[in-house]
Structure formats: structure tokens, C-alpha cells
Design a protein around this ligand. Structure first.
Ligand code: NAD
Length: 420
């Protein structure tokens, strides 16, 4: 029994073992590639508005330091555990390596429900988390970013807390911060934009006409809302289904995504948005559409629904949305469902975070056009490599993407030695 014992970590390990077998990785190298280098657990007492003191649990996992500092988001979610954090850190490692970024993977977060905290409580909790992490993170050690349940404001509190401790401004300690304090243009939109760039590439390959296509997007946060908006407004695809944690909406005539975005800005979620029929969130995933974008939580495509998916393209905006059991089913359906695996599909976020870090270290300011242009070039290169390897070796897109990432980390470890 390890401290990482958890279903999501087991899933990440199962995926890794498939790749390790495929690449014939020596048994002496497997565990050190798979297990995180470091894991930190912290206790976070916070004065609540009602006068009580509540104690939260926080985590940070740094998967490997072989290629540079670690990099990864910060998740605020009620069910967050050390194991889930470790799984997300491992996926970050393969994602960064696939995009050829000089990082190992990391992930962190707090087991909490941010929706139930007041603004003051959220700030106190965020600052306390960074305060506890100061000995373990740094612009050349581990750089944090946003993930589910966190946003630009939380990143600003992290940066400020770290900077106050150092006595000068250290903008490079976090990415995804507001542009006014050293964030980069185009970071907020980067993950969703990258998802849509890759969907367009896949449609091009499959000779699909976006004007005649429909899409369903699960999750309407940073990734899901930007992806849905960009699909509708940039490519002309009709969005027939959207959902968040409160509701799933389906409308074969099309949903006005701009109106949905405005509704969420005002009300905080889609609960009272009235365009479309309310349907079972699980059923939404198997409704007919050309493009399905899971952009919320992990393990929503499982052995129970993988055979029923009716999409032509499955674009994994979320991390780990497809279980290994579902992968086996999708592998058999390779000519029906074109999978854009998560470590490729949602890599836009970490790629632009890397640009933000580089700009911070060198005090450079790039325009949004420069950022987006450089983002698409890296995604194009990764996409081409994945498709080529999958075709040449007759393997799934996930196996191709992960094997490129794992291979790069293995190569670096073998020339460096046992330390990192
Ligand atoms: P977010 O907190 O901004 O939004 C999450 C959305 O998912 C919200 O609309 C929420 O209501 C919804 N949601 C939560 N549980 C749900 C459920 N069971 N069913 C349907 N909807 C549900 O988070 P985000 O930043 O958009 O991240 C979404 C996913 O994308 C996560 O898996 C995250 O790890 C991944 N990701 C995010 C980034 C990034 O840059 N933000 C980068 C790469 C990957």
C-alpha cells in the first residue's frame, strides 16, 4: 500500500505499464519513471467568517526533475487526494515531454469546495497554501499554475505571498496570473484554443466540413467554455450539448454559447440557463454528434459507455477523461472514433504557461498574436509526430503520444543517472 493508493493513480500506472511494455522498458527503470520524486502534504488552518477555525489538507507532487523544474496546476476540489494529485503530476510529465518543454510534471491542490467559501476565506486558504509550499517551490524548482477550481485571482495571491516572503516580485513563480502583474496575453484562452486547433486538424484529415458538423462539450469552465465558444464562432460548428456540474443541456437546433457564457458570468453556473432540454449528464455523452469534448473531470468515458459513443472525434480537453478499459474498446473502434488524447489535446495550457515563464524570467512582453502563433506551431509538430507514429506502428493515438513522452524522459534519465 503506497501513499498514492487511489483509483486515479492506479489508472495512470495502468496506462504507464501499457507504454512500458510497448517500449520494452527495462524493469529496473519502470518504478523510477512511474513514481513521483517528491510529494508534500500540508495542513492548512483558516479562520472562517463565522469565527470557527477550519483545517484543510493540501498537496503538491513533483514527478521528476530530470529535464528542468517541475510544472503543474493547482486544483481546488472536495475529493482531491494525494493519489489523484500524483496521477495528474505523472500525466503532466508525459504532456510536457511530448511538447518538448524543459519541465517535469507536477500537480497540487487543496481538498476543498471553493464554491462554499467566501472570497475572504478563499484568499486566506490560497495564501496559507502557498506559504506552506515556499520551501518546496521556486522559479527553478517547481512552478504552479491554475487548474480546476482555481483562476487568475488565486494565482495572483500565490505570487504575492511568495514575493512578500522573498522581499521582491517573483512573477515567474506562477503562470496563469493576471496580465497586469506579469501574466501573458492568451494564457486564459490557451487550453481551449489548443483543443480547437487540434479538432480542426483532425477534421481536415478526416475531410469533415465544420459547417455541417455538431459538437457536445462537457464542462463549462476555463477549458470547456473557451473551446465551445471557439468551435461555434471560429469554425462554425453547431454546439448541440453543453453541461457543467449543475446541469446538462441538449438542443439539436443549436445552443447560443455566447449567451451561455454571459449567463455563467452573471450567475456562476448553467443551472438556470434555459436553451435546450435538460438531460441526464451521462446520456449527453452518448448523444449523436461529430465532436465530443469532455472538458471537466476524469474517467467519464468508461467501459460502460465507450461502445455507445456516437462522435467521430473525441477531443480530450480534461485530464484523464477516458479509463484504460474504455481505451481497449476505443482501440477496436479506431476507424469510427478519432481520439485526440489528453496529453496532446489540452497541452495548449502548459505550452503557453511555458511562454509566460520564459517572458517572466527574461522580462519580455510578447503580443497575443506571437503567443498564439508559437502555440499552434508546437501543437502542429506534436500532432504530426503522434499521427505519424500511430500510423507507422499501428498503435492508438494515446499509445503513440504517451510513448513519445515517456521515451524522452527515459532518454534523459539514462544519460543523467539516478538522482533526478
Ligand atoms: P474549471 O474549474 O474552470 O471548470 C470546470 C468545469 O467543469 C465547470 O464548469 C464545472 O461546473 C464542470 N464540472 C465539474 N464536475 C462536472 C461533472 N461531473 N460533469 C460535468 N461538468 C462538471 O476547470 P478547467 O480549468 O476548465 O479544467 C477542466 C479540465 O481540464 C480538468 O480536467 C483540468 O485538469 C483540465 N485542464 C485544464 C487546463 C487549464 O489550463 N485550465 C489545462 C489542461 C487541462
Amino acid at each position: 500500500m503506497s501513499i498514492y493508493d487511489d483509483d486515479v493513480f492506479r489508472m495512470a500506472c495502468t496506462q504507464f505499464k501499457v507504454i512500458a511494455d510497448y517500449l520494452n522498458i527495462d524493469k529496473n527503470d519502470r518504478d523510477r519513471l512511474m513514481y513521483p520524486k517528491r510529494a508534500i502534504a500540508v495542513t492548512l488552518p483558516v479562520h472562517m467568517d463565522d469565527g470557527s477555525t477550519k483545517t484543510f489538507q493540501g498537496y503538491r507532487v513533483q514527478h521528476h526533475l530530470t529535464l528542468g523544474p517541475t510544472k503543474g496546476g493547482t486544483r481546488f476540489a472536495p475529493s482531491l487526494s494525494m493519489g489523484e494529485t500524483a496521477a495528474l503530476a505523472m500525466w503532466m510529465s508525459w504532456k510536457c515531454a511530448l511538447a518538448n518543454l524543459p519541465y517535469g510534471g507536477a500537480k497540487g491542490g487543496i481538498a476543498c469546495d471553493p464554491a462554499t467559501l467566501s472570497h475572504r476565506e478563499l484568499e486566506a486558504l490560497s495564501r496559507r497554501y502557498m506559504q506552506e509550499m515556499i520551501p518546496f517551490v521556486g522559479p527553478h524548482t517547481d512552478i504552479m499554475g491554475p487548474d480546476m477550481g482555481t483562476n487568475e485571482e488565486v494565482m495572483a495571491w500565490f505570487m504575492d505571498t511568495y514575493s512578500v516572503y522573498q522581499g521582491y516580485s517573483v512573477s515567474e513563480i506562477v503562470t496563469g496570473k493576471p496580465v497586469s502583474i506579469g501574466g501573458t496575453e492568451g494564457r486564459r484562452e490557451s487550453t481551449g484554443r489548443g483543443v480547437v486547433y487540434l479538432i480542426e486538424r483532425a477534421m481536415d484529415m478526416l475531410k469533415m466540413d465544420p459547417a455541417k458538423c455538431t459538437a457536445i462539450v462537457q464542462g463549462f469552465g476555463n477549458v470547456g467554455s473557451v473551446a465551445a465558444l471557439s468551435l461555434a464562432l471560429k469554425t462554425g460548428i453547431k454546439i448541440v450539448g453543453i453541461s457543467d456540474a449543475t446541469v446538462a443541456l441538449y438542443n439539436p437546433k443549436g445552443i447560443d454559447v455566447k449567451a451561455a457564457e454571459q449567463h455563467v458570468i452573471k450567475k456562476g453556473n448553467l443551472k438556470a440557463f434555459d436553451q435546450g432540454d435538460r438531460i441526464d449528464p451521462n446520456e449527453m455523452l452518448v448523444m449523436p454528434c461529430d465532436v465530443l469534448v469532455p472538458a471537466a473531470v476524469d474517467r467519464v468515458i468508461t467501459e460502460k459507455n465507450a461502445a455507445q459513443l456516437k462522435c467521430r472525434i473525441l477531443a480530450e480537453g480534461a485530464n484523464g477523461p477516458t479509463s484504460p478499459e474504455a481505451d481497449l474498446i476505443l482501440e477496436k473502434r479506431w476507424d469510427e472514433v478519432f481520439v485526440i488524447p489528453d496529453i496532446l489535446c489540452n497541452a495548449g495550457g502548459v505550452i503557453v504557461s511555458y511562454f509566460e515563464w520564459v517572458q517572466g524570467l527574461q522580462s519580455f512582453l510578447w503580443s497575443e498574436m506571437e503567443v498564439t502563433d508559437k502555440l499552434f506551431r508546437i501543437l502542429e509538430h506534436s500532432f504530426t509526430q503522434v499521427i505519424r507514429r500511430a500510423k507507422e506502428n499501428k498503435i492508438s493515438h494515446r499509445t503513440a503520444a504517451m510513448s513519445i513522452g515517456v521515451e524522452r524522459v527515459l532518454k534523459a534519465k539514462s544519460v543523467r543517472g539516478l538522482f533526478p
